[in-house]
Ligand binder design. Structure first.
Ligand SMILES: [Zn+2]
Length: 315
């Protein structure tokens, strides 16, 4: 199987995630719909050295970002029914965003958007997530939403986190590991990336296209446990054989269709992203990495695969 042209509708990082799903190596994948999703792609499209015309695509992203920003969600009471009704309206608004209707129409497999609720103390937060599954046994969007709402009302967010991990095809053992948090010991995020922190050059972080991923994360897949980093924001337990084996099979599947230099960067960028997330958790902040923080390849991965594959590094 080669990369279907349909997957080319996605930015490169999501196209590779989806490829692992569509070839049956992972159950599913998702993209959090946020400012990063729009700004990363807009930046990449405007700064690519290419003859392709991205005017239409750029306009759609601009319009979509505006449409997303214009959605205001308010909820009066924290009951299952109120959350359900608000979610239905919110979901309809999300489906009307040009980028979302484009993705759900064009991406192969089962692609849908759902609202996502989170609760910290007495505060309720909301966002949106685009899921992608293969054609075999995908969950219904309503089922995902119901699990989420129940976890909010019952204050059992861990149950939803576990369900979500399973939807993403993460090994159960690593989900258990991730949920084992105590205030007295380092976070699971930090323990997961810790064995590789000697590969990171902190001074090269956050300098955008001036740096390459080579400057930020030196050699990585020389260690077998590096293969465990098969997805962004999946935190494998250090030394987990199941995660390594799964990552290995994803590496091989991707390498059979794509240049190995691209697949190696995929694992490095996954790890680099996890490192930034782990560092933010470690210092008590909640911040997602911004596009380009890990160097120019990190930005390039927001471009369509066709453009990424045209750069000398990946040819
Ligand atoms: Zn594991």
């Amino acid at each position: 199987m080669t990369l279907s042209h349909d997957v080319y509708a996605l930015p490169t990082f999501a196209a590779l995630d989806s490829y692992a799903v569509l070839t049956g190596r992972r159950r599913g994948t998702s993209i959090q719909l946020d400012e990063t999703y729009f700004t990363g792609q807009l930046w990449a499209l405007r700064n690519l050295d290419t003859d392709s015309d991205f005017e239409h695509r750029t306009e759609r992203l601009e319009d979509s970002r505006r449409a997303y920003d214009d959605i205001h969600v308010a909820i009066d009471e924290l009951t299952e029914q109120a959350l359900w009704e608000t979610s239905q309206r919110f979901r309809e608004q999300l489906q009307a965003i040009p980028e979302i209707s484009y993705l759900t129409r064009n991406v192969p497999g089962r692609c849908f958007v759902v609202p996502e609720w989170m609760r910290t103390g007495n505060r309720l937060h909301y966002g949106a997530r685009v899921y992608l599954f293969g054609d075999e046994d995908p969950p219904d969007p309503e089922a995902v939403l119901r699990e989420n709402i129940e976890s909010i009302v019952n204050e059992s967010f861990g149950t939803f986190e576990r369900y979500q991990g399973q939807l993403h095809g993460y090994p159960d053992c690593c989900i258990d590991y991730y949920q084992d948090r105590t205030p007295d010991s380092p976070s699971p995020e930090w323990r997961s990336v810790e064995p590789f922190t000697d590969r990171i050059r902190d001074a090269a972080l956050g300098q955008g296209p001036a740096m390459s991923i080579d400057d930020v994360v030196s050699t990585f897949l020389d260690r077998e446990d590096g293969y465990a980093f098969f997805a962004r924001e999946f935190f494998p337990e250090s030394g987990c054989e199941t995660a390594m084996a799964k990552g290995r099979s994803i590496y091989e599947e991707l390498s059979s269709a794509l240049p190995e230099s691209l697949v190696r960067d995929y694992f490095r960028l996954n790890f680099g992203t996890n490192y930034l997330v782990a560092r933010a958790v470690h210092s008590g902040r909640d911040r997602r990495p911004s596009p380009g923080e890990l160097g120019r390849e990190h930005l390039l991965w927001y471009a369509p695969p066709r453009e990424a594959l045209a750069v000398p590094r990946y040819t």
